[in-house]
Design a protein around this ligand. Sequence first.
Ligand code: PLP
Length: 398
Amino acid sequence: MSMFTAVEMAPRDPILGLNEQFAADTNPNKVNLGVGVYYDDNGKLPLLRCVQAVEEDMIKSPKARGYLPIDGIVAYDDAVKGLVFGPDSEPVKSGRVATIQGLGGTGGLKVGADFLKKLNPNAKVLISNPSWENHRALFTQAGFVVEEYPYYDAARRGIDFDGMLNALNAAPAGTIVVLHACCHNPTGYDIRADQWDQVVGAVKARNLVAFLDMAYQGFGYGIQEDGAAIGKFVAAGLNFFVSTSFSKSFSLYGERVGALSVLCENKDEAARVLSQLKIMIRTNYSNPPTHGGAVVAAVLSTPALRTLWEKELGEMRDRIKLMRHKLVDGLKAAGVKQDMSFITDQIGMFSYSGLSKDQMVRLRQEFGVYGTDTGRMCVAALNSKNIDYVCQSIAKVL
Ligand code: PLP
């Protein structure tokens, strides 16, 4: 008998399962809106010009690749701090931010989760209902009990903010609250600035631990605008966690570029926290890979490339917004009577379309248009060639 006889088959990742189904679909008009990836108007994954410029320089003067420090490239970590908190902000200037280069946003979240588990093993974790599906799995795997706070209100096509705030106000001290800093995945609905103030107030009053997941900085309104919630937590004098992902904003999905930043009380505390984060890393994957981090650090610390990056990021953001408008107009033109303008109220890469599971299944089976069963569609995968077909298909199942 094998030692693995009792090992059960784990459930398939729902999104990857959808991708496999999409690949096998023979419909020539098929469209994959299930993924969380930005495609350009030709349906291609873009290679940003700023990234290409750095890589061309690297090829001209090739270098051997030694080990990086456990916490990653110093210039990279410094650039992350600048993006998250502002380069001239008090937390950065006073040196009280501990930042590590992580393996994507997921890696940043996991290092933070492992550190929190050591710090406060009995804490509970609250995630939004719904949330990015890996939040629950990741914090569960780190040993936490994960529960939800209300977020999406289907009837209102928006956020159940009272429900969210009530849940935070009822949470025991020390509860870790995972918050989407901007561009909420999967719903596309973000809370307003005044609502952030109330969330910050609840986190402070209840002594909760905020963990802000920033996977889409720059995809909402702009780099600074999308980081506004961070500033509110800083202003309230809180210590908190921020994970960063550059997967989308640099179109470097496979390079695994991300980070974790922990805002501490002072510089000495940040040094101690950093030393503990380094243990999490050292005993897990030892140190991060070189290439993606080096590219991002070079772009962010070279003024001309940084300007180019912001321009390219702006182009991605604007194209998504254009697709939202085209989707609303196209649905109307295809004869949809109900008001679909909520799609342009949403922000970031996704839209909770309000379609039921049955409607999503019909979209897939009859039209080859793939979104998740929850009704989530990736607006960043729409383009001028597939938009009419998608609108007509949706109109037929509504
Ligand atoms: N957090 C959220 C909310 C996400 O949507 C994603 C990616 O889809 C991530 C984190 C993870 O990003 P990465 O691919 O950089 O690990």
